[in-house]
Design a protein around this ligand. Structure first.
Ligand SMILES: O=P(O)(O)OC[C@H]1O[C@](O)(CO)[C@@H](O)[C@@H]1O
Length: 560
């Protein structure tokens, strides 16, 4: 595929940015076009039987507060066409090996293919083959129901009520985020811990208050070779054997979520207690796979299934909707518009929802591990900026910390705001929810309309020297996502997949491989070498003076 910047739609967008984009004033665009909201808002309705309220939940994506005209959208769609976004999308859904640096299909959509359409990789239907998607789902259903009901017992016959998921990256962030987001649906008698960091504090704190008789360990690692996970898992195993005086039955208390059966059995977990998946599931896309077992255990399999079904609904929309109506494609194209034509470097995602407090952290891996790449498909460096820095925190908290910069800083920060119309906790007669909503609406409005010097002066009593400090430039773009109900499993699934396919669209336009992650390797290799050097005499070898100096200082201060 040709580099994006050589496409004629790209030059066309550059000219369009010069002539139109740079001069769009959003508040004027709204004044002159009363239909702007309708024109740029898109909606998906989830099937009633999976929606949180029992009737189909609408999710509205209001793109109207973005720096676009109808012509901009047409030109962005043209860019997507020229960049082959639809062709690449279809190749992904056809199981083609679009992860071209690893020779792998990118097929996580099969994991949530709840309508059970045949989906094949190398001619094999991954849904119905032995050990395939449906078999693993059935294993997850049976196991999660047994644990939740107490039929699956620990070695002394007690119900397992503490779940410790040991995993990192995609084997952690998805399960953490989703179990937090769906806490309302979680088993009240279950305590969850997620141990990811190699910092011994993480595992020590999780084990500190856990009872080996009632604890279930999920060792979650696609490769089962990740240093942090195998080390934490071994520490957990030693703790378990020590606390149980060697009587603890690993088979009852440890299960593995992995693709690597030989490493799993070497660790001491029986293959029967392994929940498998395939290499075509990338780590950051794995919450839909066996890696999501903690979710199924916590919220129950029916809810896990709704989570998959909501995701599937967004997959179908992405596959079927024409680009101009295609919600994730529009999200991705807007990101390209801001990154490559306005020079934006960031993407803020602020959920107005406390349950979604780990959503931005989850999206960081999804977006930045996918599109933090320089090299394009022909091996040459991109001549344009690629993956933005995604960041975020829940609101209203974020408003009281970094929103100063979003409103008055020198950077353009395209922002997404997410709100559910209904709270799971409508306390104080919904006062909190109304205040939350008022902030969600006010922030997007304030970012757009800003405040001029004249408006500041008109407020009266403002010393002239303070006027510039109180001016808000405005014209700062936001996308407002409104879930027309409560955020339940299906709604969450659909929201995640919106960002997955947004990320896909960006990568497809930028002509990069969004599905590998070579950039994490170098640090891992160096850390292995340095770990050895910590136990050897001296301050290592072949290091620069900073690294060598710090290594020496660490050894001397730490007594190593
Ligand atoms: O599930 P694994 O194989 O332990 O990998 C954990 C994480 O490590 C990474 O490979 C990055 O180092 C991620 O892509 C992945 O999600």
């Amino acid at each position: 595929m040709a580099p994006a910047s050589s496409l004629s739609a790209w030059s066309d967008l550059q000219a369009h940015h010069e002539s139109v984009g740079r001069t769009i004033v959003l508040k004027d665009a709204f004044k002159s076009d009363p239909k702007r909201f309708d024109k740029f808002t898109r909606k998906i309705t989830l099937p009633a039987d999976i929606s949180s309220g029992g009737n189909g939940t609408d999710i509205i994506f209001d793109f109207s507060k973005n720096l676009i005209t109808e012509e901009t959208l047409e030109k962005l769609v043209k860019l997507a066409e020229e960049a082959g976004v639809e062709k690449k999308r279809d190749a992904m859904f056809a199981g083609e090996k679009i992860n071209f640096t690893e020779g792998r299909a990118v097929y996580h959509a099969a994991l949530r293919n709840v309508t059970n359409q045949p989906m094949k990789v190398d001619g094999v239907d991954v849904m119905n083959t032995k050990g395939g998607v449906n078999d693993v789902l059935e294993h997850m259903r049976v196991f999660s129901e047994q644990v939740r009901s107490g039929e699956w017992k620990g070695y002394t016959g007690k119900k397992l009520t503490t779940i410790i998921n040991v995993g990192i990256g995609g084997s952690d962030l998805g399960p953490v985020m989703v179990t937090e987001a769906l806490k309302h649906y979680g088993a009240k008698d279950m305590t969850l811990h997620f141990v990811s960091n190699i910092d011994g504090t993480h595992v020590a704190e999780a084990l500190a208050n856990s009872d080996p008789e009632t604890t279930l360990f999920l060792i979650a690692s696609k490769t089962f070779t990740t240093a942090e996970t195998t080390t934490n898992a071994n520490t957990a195993k030693s703790w378990f054997l020590e606390k149980t005086g060697g009587k603890g039955d690993i088979a009852k208390h440890f299960v593995a979520l992995s693709t690597n059966e030989s490493e799993v059995t070497k660790f001491g977990i029986d293959a029967a207690n392994m929940f498998g998946f395939e290499s075509w599931v990338g780590g950051r896309y794995s919450v839909w796979s066996a890696i999501g077992l903690s979710v199924a255990l916590y919220v129950g399999f029916d809810n896990f299934h709704k989570f998959l079904a909501g995701a599937h609904a967004m997959d179908q929309h992405f596959q079927q909707a024409p680009l101009k109506e295609n919600i994730p494609a529009i999200g991705g194209l807007l990101s390209v518009w801001y990154s490559n034509f306005y020079g934006a470097q960031t993407h803020l995602v602020a959920p107005f929802d406390q349950y979604l407090h780990r959503f931005p952290a989850y999206l960081q891996q999804l977006s930045m591990e996918s599109n933090g790449k320089t090299i394009t498909s022909d091996g040459s460096p991109a001549k344009y900026t690629t993956g933005p820095i995604l960041f975020g925190e829940p609101c209203t908290n974020a408003q009281h910390s970094f929103f100063q910069l979003v409103h008055q800083g020198t950077k353009l920060i395209p922002s997404d705001f997410i709100l559910a119309a209904k709270s799971h906790n409508p306390v104080s007669d919904n006062l909190h929810q109304k205040m939350l909503a008022s902030n969600y609406l006010a922030q997007a409005e304030a970012l757009m309309v800003g405040k001029t010097a004249e408006e500041v002066r008109a407020e009266g009593n403002v010393p002239e020297e303070l006027v510039p400090h109180k001016v808000f430039m405005g014209n700062r773009p936001t996308t407002s996502i409104l879930v027309g109900g409560a955020i339940g499993p299906a709604e969450l699934g659909a929201l995640i997949v919106y960002y997955e396919h947004l990320t896909f669209t960006e990568g497809a336009v930028w002509d990069i491989n969004s599905f590998d992650q070579w950039g994490v390797e170098l640090g891992k290799v160096l850390a292995k070498k340095i770990l050895k050097e910590i136990d050897e005499e001296g301050a290592g070898s072949g290091h620069d003076s900073s690294t060598g100096g710090l290594l020496g200082a660490f050894k001397s201060y730490g007594g190593f």
